[in-house]
Design a protein around this ligand. Structure first.
Ligand code: NDP
Length: 328
């Protein structure tokens, strides 16, 4: 029987999420890949135990994570049943709706009809009474924002989620969403967006400042650019890598130009006494504007490698300049 490591809170750092009372670990674990019905249950269990034993209290899901859709939530429910339910109150469990989930007009986008039904389905798969954070997964320009935000607010009121978030919303969309939620007396907890060394749109959009302005936290997904910002692809494309195994990272994205940048970044990382993966994560957390990095993993050892960076978040100006030169 699993028993959580008694030292699990010794090393991880936690930051309040925006102006809320909720602390999030600086490193959270995402279950988008490697937790589906096609994956090995023992490995998932091992990854969740490894994460939790090292202070990662936040687990991020969505209705359609798998494959097949829904299976990551089902598997996380099995993990809870197996030996993690005693720790439920030490965990922050999130899920989302906003992308296609079931056939027909009610299984996608941002309607009240879809969000309410989807969360009920997620809770059944997870075998939970409530999730900690429920997100609208992406903006839906064709549904009135009032409808989507009022649905989120009612979900909190119903007790099926403790907090609500949005994902992939830019500054303008976020300001509008936060305003409606505020009018409904539901604070916006967080915005979940992609941010990594190769994808810096949130800097151009000043999203980090907008999060601060509206009092929300920011959590960054694909912080390792799905594995590109690691040693994974330095000597070709391994058979067991994401680029070989599914269509979200294409082999043709791994160009000589990308690998050249990765090698140069790796040299800077080594100068700092870090792996490239560690440096890529520290770089995101270098300013306290980002609440948490949301990493993915295909094996427990990657989680252990990645959390080491928590000890070394500072960068010198020279290091930042050298990184910017490479990324230009
Ligand atoms: P990452 O950028 O962290 O990529 C994770 C992948 O990188 C792993 O599966 C593994 O790939 C590789 N990797 C991780 N650590 C190491 C290491 N130390 N050394 C070598 N390779 C490593 O994040 P994801 O793209 O997986 O996204 C993380 C989470 O963000 C998701 O699970 C999900 O919860 C969330 N997300 C949210 C989205 C949204 O729209 N809101 C969209 C996308 C993600 P390999 O399999 O090759 O070993």
């Amino acid at each position: 029987m699993y028993k959580a490591d008694e030292k699990r809170y010794d090393k991880m750092k936690y930051l309040r999420c925006g102006k809320s009372g909720l602390f999030l670990p600086r490193v959270s674990l995402g279950l988008w890949h490697n937790f589906g019905s096609v994956d090995k249950f023992e490995n998932m269990l091992d990854m969740v135990h490894t994460a939790f034993d090292n202070g990662i209290t936040h687990f991020d899901l969505a209705n359609n994570y798998g494959p097949v859709y829904g299976s990551a939530e089902e598997n996380f429910g099995r993990i809870l049943d197996k030996d993690m339910r005693p720790y439920r109150d030490e965990m922050v469990i999130s899920t989302k709706a906003g992308y296609d989930m079931w056939p027909g007009p009610y299984g996608d986008h941002g309607s009240r009809k879809y969000l309410m039904a989807s969360l009920d389905q997620s809770l059944k798969r997870l075998n939970l009474d409530y999730v900690d954070i429920f997100y609208h997964h992406r903006p839906d320009p064709d549904t009135p924002l009032e409808e989507t935000m009022e649905a989120l607010s009612d979900i909190v009121r119903s007790g099926k989620a403790l907090y609500v978030g949005i994902s992939n919303y830019n500054s303008e969309q976020m300001r509008a969403a936060a305003k409606i939620l505020r009018e409904n007396h539901t604070p916006l907890l967080i915005n979940q967006v992609v941010y990594n060394m190769f994808n810096r749109w949130t800097e151009d959009d000043k999203l980090q400042d907008t999060c601060k302005e509206v009092g929300a936290g920011m959590i960054c997904f694909s912080p390792l650019a799905q594995g590109l910002l690691t040693d994974r692809y330095l000597n070709g494309i391994p058979e067991d890598s994401r680029a070989k195994r599914n269509h979200f990272l294409h082999e043709d994205q791994i160009t000589d130009e990308v690998i050249d940048k990765v090698r140069k970044l790796k040299e800077i990382a080594e100068g700092r006494g870090q792996t490239l993966a560690e440096m890529a994560l520290s770089w995101i957390l270098r300013r306290d504007k980002v609440t948490s990095v949301l990493v993915g993993a295909s094996r427990p050892s990657q989680i252990l490698d990645n959390i080491k960076m928590i000890e070394h978040l500072e960068f010198t100006d020279d290091e930042l300049d050298a990184i910017n030169k490479i990324l230009k």
